[in-house]
Design a protein around this ligand. Structure first.
Ligand code: SF4
Length: 190
């Protein structure tokens, strides 16, 4: 026991925070408190999560124009709580549209890693699903799901704003079906 306390005292602050986070998470998962809090608050967090999906303001090519049009007054994606943010720290959707080049891959992966959990990925348009018109090109990745897990695919070239909004609604359905808690789930503290 004293050895354990000694090793905790010798930890660097970053290691200590990771250790404390891990310890606290495991304790909550095992305790009835975590389960009780989840039972009371899961519905509320589900509602908030579903109605405030913030995609990263990130566009590569022509589909990005449709993404912009979807949030303009005519289509008004904000009705569904979809508000673009420009930093991955504030986003929960990585909406990939346009061809992903091999050169861009590490940056896109970094953006994904910088997003906090829970997070989801939407592949919008043929380019992000399979490479689209650039399929088998020497510089293009044939689908973003080759290196990032994708939750919803929206086919089209280009994807119309209505289709993008339908894809977001499908993602909302998926989140609703998952119905995950806030304290006792593994995915919250990956
Ligand atoms: S899917 Fe078609 S419209 Fe969309 S980015 Fe690719 S080429 Fe452009």
């Amino acid at each position: 026991m004293s050895g354990k306390i000694g090793s905790v005292m010798l930890m660097r602050s970053k290691d200590f925070l990771e250790w404390a986070d891990d310890w606290f998470g495991r304790m909550l998962k095992r305790s009835t408190i975590g389960r009780a809090v989840d039972r009371v608050f899961t519905d509320f967090f589900q509602w908030a999560r579903i109605n405030s999906l913030f995609p990263l303001h990130f566009g590569i090519m022509c589909c990005a124009l449709e993404m912009g049009a979807a949030s303009a007054p005519r289509f008004d994606a904000q009705r569904f709580g979809v508000i673009y943010r420009s930093t991955p720290r504030q986003c929960d959707i990585l909406l990939v549209n346009g061809p992903v080049s091999k050169k861009l891959k590490p940056d896109l992966k970094r953006l994904y890693d910088q997003m906090a959990d829970p997070k989801w990925v939407v592949a919008m348009g043929e380019c992000s699903i399979s490479g689209g018109p650039f399929w088998q090109s020497y510089s293009i990745i044939e689908g973003v799901d080759k290196f990032i897990p994708v939750d919803v695919y929206i086919p089209g070239c280009p994807v119309r704003p209505e289709a993008m909004i339908e894809g977001i609604v499908k993602l909302q359905d998926k989140i609703r079906a998952e119905r995950k808690g806030v304290l006792t789930e593994d995915w919250i503290r990956k």
